[in-house]
Design a protein around this ligand. Structure first.
Ligand code: GDP
Length: 373
């Protein structure tokens, strides 16, 4: 073969190799693009569920639920797996900071990532200050250490000796009232709480104190039948306080440990709603000491927008803790920091799916690791 023939032969060979490899490369690129567009990190087992109840109530929410695909998976791993959308901005940042200097651009990147995760302006500023102090103290000059410093700072800012336990003294009626706007996940959270309290050996009763929407009481009854809990309910449009009162009385008479009170999320006016919630609390307290928790249920997908509602509830009724639901479908997990800093109310539990098992105790270190680590 002379030189010209060799060149032609090598060119044909290279062209053939390119034609074989090209479709595969394009396929891989497309898959990466789809993963990014879905907002998840590719390792995540994000289920993509979490859409709201059909407005016409045509399909039963409870009946379309199946067992959690990872039932029995410890909360720690489940939290990390389900936090895919919120993890994505931090995973992106980690990639960008590799092998870079800790310069203004790196700090800007950190700030933007925190804002993107809906940490909020005030909490972002607090976190940045804390991370800067840590970086200075450790004499850091490279940016790839920032995620670890951030993780430590988030843990510390959330920890702060906060009591996140749910109060319950077995052997006497304890009531936990669930409040929050419609659709945030109150009824589902009641079912999740019942499931875990039953598993710890406590007896449970539901009070359907949303007498405004009959469908809610039906949904609660359906959950009750599923998880094995009786429901006290009233007439449609009846007095929700009376339902709560009857439930606490029934719990006393039957020796039941815990009454979970599901309330309305909307009435004719906001003032009516807040007054009604206050009244439910007073009625429960006719059995002195029975009111143990007022849990504000917030939907994580609303992020910072949910904070305004949260403030109204927190100001009107003595909220003792927050249950942050739908963290599995949210890219706004950072809102936990804003809730704690701005409302001064501890996040006690997080919802990570639609089944009765998808409730996880909120643990700052686990959360920080799941988000940033
Ligand atoms: P309520 O009006 O506040 O009582 O809200 P529901 O309990 O009826 O819940 C509204 C919708 O949110 C339902 O489709 C639930 O299955 C869904 N939901 C509740 N909690 C979670 C959660 O943690 N994750 C997801 N993905 N969906 C949830």
């Amino acid at each position: 073969m002379d030189t010209a023939e060799t060149i032609i032969f090598v060119s044909i060979f290279a062209l053939a190799a390119l034609l074989i490899a090209l479709p595969r490369m394009l396929g891989r690129r497309e898959r990466r693009r789809r993963d990014t567009a879905a907002g998840g990190d590719p390792e995540s087992k994000e289920s993509g569920r979490g859409e709201s109840v059909p407005a016409d109530g045509s399909e039963s929410v409870v009946s379309r639920l199946t067992e959690a695909p990872d039932s029995g998976v410890p909360g720690r791993r489940r939290l990390r797996d389900r936090l895919g959308k919120s993890r994505a901005p931090f995973a992106g940042m980690r990639g960008r900071l590799k092998a870079r200097q800790l310069d203004d651009e790196a700090w800007d990147d950190l700030e933007e990532t925190l804002l993107l995760a809906d940490v909020g302006v005030l909490s972002t500023a607090r976190l940045l200050d804390g991370v800067r102090d840590r970086a200075r103290a450790e004499g850091r000059s490279e940016a790839d250490g920032l995620p670890a410093l951030l993780q430590a700072e988030i843990t510390e800012q959330l920890d702060d000796d906060v009591d996140r336990t749910l109060r319950l003294d077995a052997g006497r009626p304890n009531a936990w009232i669930l409040v929050g706007v419609n659709g945030v996940g109150k009824t589902t959270t009641a079912a999740k709480l019942a499931t875990r309290e039953l598993a710890s050996g406590h007896s449970v009763l539901f009070a359907a104190a949303d007498t405004f929407r009959a469908a809610t009481a039906d949904q609660l009854a359906e959950w009750g039948a599923r998880v094995g809990v009786d429901v006290i309910r009233g007439q449609e449009g009846g007095d929700p306080g009376a339902v709560a009162f009857d439930a606490v009385q029934a719990a006393g008479a039957r020796g039941i440990d815990l009454v979970l009170v599901d309330t309305a999320g909307r009435l004719h006016t906001k003032v009516n709603l807040m007054e009604e919630l206050k009244k439910i609390g007073r009625v429960v307290e006719r059995t002195p000491g029975a009111l143990r928790e007022v849990l504000l249920v917030l939907d994580a997908t609303t992020g910072q927008n949910g904070l305004a509602q949260a403030r109204e509830f927190a100001d009107a009724v003595g909220v003792t803790g927050v249950v942050l639901t739908k963290l599995d479908g949210s890219a706004k997990g950072g809102v936990v920091l804003a809730i704690e800093a701005e409302l001064g109310v501890p996040v006690k539990l997080v919802g990570v799916g639609e089944t009765a098992d998808d409730l996880v105790d909120f643990d700052p270190a686990e959360f920080a690791a799941a988000l940033v680590g």
